[in-house]
Design a protein around this ligand. Structure first.
Ligand SMILES: [Zn+2]
Length: 115
């Protein structure tokens, strides 16, 4: 197993984001299913609210917590905007739009960290 010091920025961010993207996906499906279910069964009219809050919570967490390890700007929306890299930092995403650091830079080689 590679230690955290052997990870690139891309690997590091993908690893942090992955569980939240999975939860967001599950919440999205549950939300889509719970709407008709709540309407047809006339029970738990607030049922769709639960996955919606889960989805929103994950989104906010990602927005505020996923930051460039070099310049500390929020970059979680990048993979969602870039084609082909939905829900992860694909190889198409080359660098941070704020500080320009290459996402394939290893964490231990960040200019901003102790040298
Ligand atoms: Zn940056």
């Amino acid at each position: 197993m590679a230690g955290p010091e052997d990870m690139t920025i891309r690997d590091h961010l993908n690893r942090k984001m992955r569980p939240f993207f999975i939860v967001m996906g599950v919440c999205f499906v549950l939300f889509a299913l719970s709407g008709p279910l709540a309407a047809s069964m006339r029970v738990l009219p607030l049922l769709p609210l639960i996955p919606f809050l889960g989805f929103a919570g994950c989104f906010l967490y990602l927005y505020f917590r996923i930051r460039c390890p070099n310049c500390n700007n929020p970059i979680s929306q990048l993979p969602m905007m870039a084609g082909g890299g939905f829900f992860r930092f694909s190889r198409k995403l080359k660098c941070c739009p704020f500080c320009g650091i290459d996402f394939d830079t290893e964490l231990k080689d960040l200019p901003g960290t102790a040298q």
